[in-house]
Write a protein that binds this ligand. Structure first.
Ligand SMILES: Cc1cc2nc3c(=O)[nH]c(=O)nc-3n(C[C@H](O)[C@H](O)[C@H](O)COP(=O)(O)OP(=O)(O)OC[C@H]3O[C@@H](n4cnc5c(N)ncnc54)[C@H](O)[C@@H]3O)c2cc1C
Length: 338
């Protein structure tokens, strides 16, 4: 570096040397660990290194994505979308903020019933029997063991859905909001919680018994009470749309993007997706209801689905009909559904 610094002065030849500083982005917990480790070894070096927060990255590299910080309706039915880079006038807005959806909803006084659930999966090291395969394995879904299992490079990837009593809701994010700056970080994993599923998988696929686990991932999946997303225009707020609450957002993303853009362009939805209507929820879907239902929906992920079954968690809600008590007194069992 010293050579390049002095080269122009010494030779009169411009070499285009400049020192704007360098920001290394750590977007996973492993990367942060790696950086901390490296930084313990670099004190001999004159160039200072330090950790900075996302806000500082924004300042040093303002072209990086800017969060929406406020949403203000305009008198002509549009929206002023405020960001650190300035305000954008939008004809309509779509909340696609994943597990931040509640935060964005709150900007206009809405409480969307979405809650992050801890979902774990386990990745194994190379399994010789898998490596020897000529063709990629099909994905297995063992419904009784409540897990999926697929090939991951030359190893296996195993993802269970725990029972409702065991699964973990990130309810502090509902209460206190998503911690600022939380990005692609992960939660602490907990193998004990999924041990019964691992044992069932070992019975089904014996090579798992001798496979080494190299990674356990635990991340937030956003759940709505009934596990279906909330897609479409939101009642009561002009030109506000949602595409939130995706438990399986990777697989659904393309279809939902097309569905919404067709709807916006043509003025009506291309086909019926009424079960994903955001307006099936309302003020009655309060936090206790949402938590109870999300717990049930996650835990029931792989249970047998019977026609006309009643799902009891979170019932009765706060909007029972006038005859509810009478029917209950007379021993009525149901009218809950879903
Ligand atoms: C461990 C794990 C395994 C999974 N496995 C699968 C799988 O196998 N198949 C599958 O289909 N799905 C899977 N999922 C679920 C899938 O990852 C999610 O459903 C999907 O990522 C949700 O997409 P999204 O676009 O709704 O939200 P996100 O991907 O969370 O995107 C939300 C975006 O909104 C942005 N944002 C938030 N707030 C603001 C703001 N104020 N201003 C501007 N931007 C903002 C964020 O930066 C982010 O880019 C898994 C999830 C986990 C955690």
């Amino acid at each position: 570096i010293k050579l390049y610094e002095s080269l122009e002065a010494e030779t009169g030849q411009a070499v285009g040397f400049h020192q704007p500083g360098s920001v290394r982005i750590a977007s996973t917990a492993a990367r942060v660990d790696e950086m901390r480790y490296q930084m313990t070894r670099t004190h001999w070096h004159v160039t200072p290194q330090y950790f900075i927060k996302p806000e500082k990255v924004q300042e040093l590299f303002p072209d990086s994505p800017a969060p929406v910080t406020a949403l203000t309706p305009t008198p002509d039915g549009k929206w002023d979308v405020q960001t650190p880079h300035g305000t954008i006038r939008a004809t309509r807005i779509v909340n696609t903020a994943g597990f931040w959806a509640r935060e964005v909803g709150k900007m206009m006084g809405l409480e969307h019933p979405t809650i992050p659930v801890h979902h774990q999966y386990v990745v194994t090291a190379t399994v010789p029997e898998v490596k020897a395969l000529k063709k990629e394995l099909a994905v297995i879904r063992d419904l009784e063991g409540s897990y999926y299992l697929r090939q991951e490079r030359d190893g296996l990837l195993f993802g269970p859905y725990e029972k409702m009593e065991k699964m973990v809701l990130q309810d502090s994010w509902v209460r206190d909001g998503v911690p600022p700056g939380f990005g692609k970080e992960l939660f602490e994993s907990d193998l004990d919680r999924i041990m019964e599923h691992i044992e069932m998988a070992m019975e089904m696929v014996p090579v798992l018994k001798k496979a080494d686990i190299i990674n356990v991932v635990s991340g937030p999946i956003t759940y709505t009470p009934d596990l279906l997303p909330m897609v479409g225009p939101h009642q009561g707020v002009h030109n506000y749309w949602t595409a939130i609450g995706f438990g399986y957002g990777v697989i659904h993303a393309g279809g939902i993007g097309k569905f919404l853009s067709d709807w916006m362009r043509n003025g009506e939805p291309p086909y019926d997706l009424i079960e994903c209507d955001p307006n099936r929820y309302g003020r009655w879907t309060n936090v206790p209801f949402m938590c109870a239902k999300a717990r049930e929906s996650y835990g029931f992920n792989n249970v047998v689905g019977y026609p006309k079954e009643e799902r009891f968690a979170g019932r009765p809600t706060c909007r029972t009909s006038g005859v509810y008590e009478l029917l209950k007194d007379k021993g009525s069992m149901g009218f809950h559904a879903g």
